[in-house]
Design a protein around this ligand. Structure first.
Ligand SMILES: Nc1ncnc2c1ncn2[C@@H]1O[C@H](COP(=O)(O)OP(=O)(O)OP(=O)(O)O)[C@@H](O)[C@H]1O
Ligand SMILES: [Mg+2]
Length: 391
């Protein structure tokens, strides 16, 4: 069905009434009614307008897209509570237009159904005599803006954390080396005592482990300097499969790889990209505990960008999915934070590093816990990014 057919009929009763009532504002003499309709339809914001009786009079394509609803020709003229029955939060906001005396100028809302963040302005529609005849909701998808802000916050956090970690590592490294050397000396001097040998052996082992953690932290907080070249994501994935094997025992885990031939190469750092998939696969193997399935599926996509926003260009999307135990929601919220781990031997840096590398490539990483059980990490990388130093 064509878009035009779905638009409201040109001469609705309201349109006629308004045309009669507002000659003093001079608008109608300058532009035809059809122009105002086209204007609303061409806006890159979502627009939803309701009459005083609660019926929907305008809902443009962007509004449907952002709210994740499918247009039905019968929506116009229906009560907004019915059209928005799966978007209760939005419905409540529209309803408040007739209840509040002061409407918020600009507010934000996270849609429960899609997780999208919208920024909106609510206005009352008044006629020439000042009577409220309806309400409009103007909104925009801010999800991408939110992601960029979060990235900025993470960058600040990492910078502060980096300074602190570098200072601590500096202070700790020398005494640790001292402990290791002196324990070694003592071990030689007490060669006859079995007990002392065992204890000193443990001390040396622990000191070495502490030193390894310090080095790992320093590695994590160091800014990433990308050595960008045209690289094949498929190669990075294939290398990562064999690297992950050496990080975590794979056992009987079956790995299926679906990498289309025509997958475009991207601008990125081959070493860092390999690291992304190695860390994701290592986690998957650890979650599966030696039994299960991991699939890696890559595809080329052309992101349109947020509804009403700029297109984001060609991207390569890689899904790493396992059929492991998944995670509870409170764990999902924290997995990208540095040092968050649920594993006795984990350092909690694996996904923090993944996120840092993905950000440095101007990409995105999303995690979903699947209803069927298991976890899916989706990495989306632009074919051409504006790579900067990130740290
Ligand atoms: N595929 C997965 N399935 C279930 N839980 C996962 C999965 N991937 C990550 N997690 C959870 O996220 C946490 C953080 O992962 P991350 O890779 O950052 O650290 P880690 O694996 O615990 O330690 P490290 O990677 O530093 O050795 C894990 O401890 C685990 O609870
Ligand atoms: Mg890990």
């Amino acid at each position: 069905m064509s878009e035009r057919k779905l638009r409201p009929e040109p001469r609705t009763r309201t349109a006629v009434v308004r045309a009669k009532r507002r000659p003093s504002r001079g608008l109608d003499s300058v532009a035809a009614d059809s122009f105002f309709r086209d204007l609303v339809w061409s806006l890159r914001n979502g627009v939803l307008a309701v009459m005083r009786d609660g019926t929907v009079t305008v809902m443009n394509d962007v509004a449907y897209q952002i709210l994740g609803l499918t247009r039905k020709p019968s929506d116009l003229g229906k009560p907004f509570t019915e059209v928005l029955k799966n978007q209760q939060e939005v419905s409540r906001i529209v309803a408040s237009a007739f209840e509040l005396s002061h409407l918020p100028n600009r507010a934000e809302l996270r849609l429960k159904s899609t997780g999208k963040v919208i920024g909106y302005t609510l206005s009352q529609v008044r006629d020439a005599d000042g009577r409220i005849t309806g309400a409009t909701l103007f909104f925009k998808d801010l999800t991408r803006v939110e992601q960029l802000e979060e990235r900025e916050r993470l960058r600040d956090r990492l910078a502060a954390l980096g300074e602190m970690a570098a200072a601590i590592a500096h202070e700790v490294k020398n005494p640790l080396a001292g402990i290791e050397v002196m324990a070694g000396l003592l071990k030689r001097q007490l060669a006859d005592s079995e007990d002392a040998q065992a204890i000193l052996g443990d001390i040396i082992k622990e000191a070495k482990m502490a030193n390894a953690i310090v080095l790992e932290v320093l590695d994590f907080v160091r800014p990433i300097r990308l050595q960008v070249e045209r690289i094949s994501v498929a190669d990075a994935v294939r290398d990562a499969v064999s690297m992950a094997d050496s990080h975590a025992p794979r056992g009987n885990v079956a790995v299926t790889v679906d990498l289309p031939e025509q997958l475009p190469s991207i601008q990125g750092d081959p070493h860092q990209l390999r690291q992304i998939f190695t860390n994701l696969l290592t986690n998957a193997f650890e979650a599966l505990g030696g039994k299960g399935e991991v699939s890696i599926v890559a595809s080329a996509i052309n992101e349109e960008g947020p509804a009403g926003g700029e297109p984001q260009g060609p991207m390569v999307q890689v899904d790493v999915t396992d059929n492991g135990p998944g995670m509870p929601a409170d764990v999902v919220d924290k997995i990208f934070s540095p040092f968050f781990t649920t594993k006795p031997q984990g350092s909690g840096l694996g996904l923090a590093i993944v996120r840092k590398i993905v950000d440095a490539h101007d990409g995105r990483i999303d995690v979903s816990v699947l209803e069927t059980g298991g976890t899916r990490f989706r990495v989306t990388l632009p074919v051409t990014g504006s790579h900067q130093l990130f740290g």
